[in-house]
Design a protein around this ligand. Sequence first.
Ligand SMILES: Cc1cc2nc3c(=O)[nH]c(=O)nc-3n(C[C@H](O)[C@H](O)[C@H](O)COP(=O)(O)OP(=O)(O)OC[C@H]3O[C@@H](n4cnc5c(N)ncnc54)[C@H](O)[C@@H]3O)c2cc1C
Length: 314
Amino acid sequence: MIAAAGETTAANTGEGQFARYASGLWPSFAEELEGASAATVSYIRNGAVFVVGPGDAFTVGEGVSKISADAARTIEPMLTGEYDEIFWAPDEAQVDNRALGPALTRALVRAGGRILRESAIMVETKNGRATGVRTGAERVNADAVVMAAGAWCSHIGGVPEELRAVRPIKGEMIALAGVGGPLTRVVRSADCYLVPRGARIFVGATVQDAGFDTSLTPIAARQLQRSAVALVPALAEWSVVEHWTGFRPRTPDDLPVLGPTSVEGLFAATGQFRNGILFAPALAEVVSRAVLDRQPVPIEFSSHRFATGVDVCA
Ligand SMILES: Cc1cc2nc3c(=O)[nH]c(=O)nc-3n(C[C@H](O)[C@H](O)[C@H](O)COP(=O)(O)OP(=O)(O)OC[C@H]3O[C@@H](n4cnc5c(N)ncnc54)[C@H](O)[C@@H]3O)c2cc1C
C-alpha cells in the first residue's frame, strides 16, 4: 500500500507531511522506474476504503471523506457486509511490492551500477571516517556508505549506536484465492487490510515484537482470515494459498533515521517501520541529497537523536 492517509493520520506532523510528499512522488517515480528497468511495477492510484467500527480509533485525514454503504458498494462491489461507518480515501495507491526489488535492481545495473550478492559484515573506518564495507569475500572501498539493511542494520560490525537503535517488528501476512471478486481497491478495518493482487487478495498484517522469529503461526493466519471475512463476507469461501512473514525496521520513536551518522561518511536510510514502500521515493531523494550535496535531512529524522554526545543542531 502507498497509504499516506491510512498509515499516517497525523497529517500536520513531519511524518504526515513526508508521507504525503512521498505519495505525490510515486506516479513519476513508478514511471521513471519502469522506463529505466523495462519492467512493470503495477503502480495504481485508485483509492482505499476504510471501514470503521464503534470502538475504533480513527482520525479522518486530509482528503478522506465519509461515504454511504451504497456508495462503498459502487466503489467496491465486494463490500456487501453491514458496516458502522465507511470512509473513502481516493488518493491512496498500491504497487506490486514483489516487482519493485527486481525492477530497482535492473534499473541500477542498466545505469552502470554493480550488485554484489554478499552480506556486508563490517563497515570499515579509517581515522573515524567510513572508507568502505567488508563482505565475506572482499573489501569494497567507498567515498560514502549508505546503511539500508532494514531491520538488520545492528548486525553489521562498526555501525554506531544510532543504527543499533533499529529493531525488527515481525509481520505475518496471508494470500487468499477463491471465486468471485476481484477486489480492486485497498480495503481496511482496524483489524486488517486487504490488498488486491491479481485474482488474489493479500491480507495483512500482524505486528509482533518477536525479534527475528521467522515462524509462521497458524493462529495469525486464522486471525487474519477471520478479520478478512468480517470485512468482506464472500471471503468465507476463499482459501489461504500463501502465508509469509517479514520484518519492519522500527526505531524507538517509530520515525525513520536518515542522513549523516556520527561516523563521517556513513549515512542512514532505515527505520521506515510500516511505511518503507510509501516513503521510498522521498527517502531516496533526502538521502541522496544528504550524501551528494550535504543537504540537511528533516530534523525529526536525523540519526543524531539516537546518538549520545552529538549536538542535534550540528
Ligand atoms: C507484513 C508487512 C507488510 C508491510 N506493508 C507495507 C505497506 O503496505 N506499505 C509500506 O509502505 N510498507 C509496508 N511494510 C514496511 C516495509 O516493508 C518496510 O518499511 C521496508 O521494507 C523497509 O525497507 P528497507 O529497504 O529499509 O528494508 P528491507 O526491505 O528489510 O530491506 C533490507 C535489505 O537489506 C538486506 N540486508 C540485511 N543485512 C544485510 C547485510 N549484512 N549485507 C547486505 N544486505 C543486507 C536484506 O536482505 C534486505 O534485502 C510492510 C512490512 C511488513 C513486514
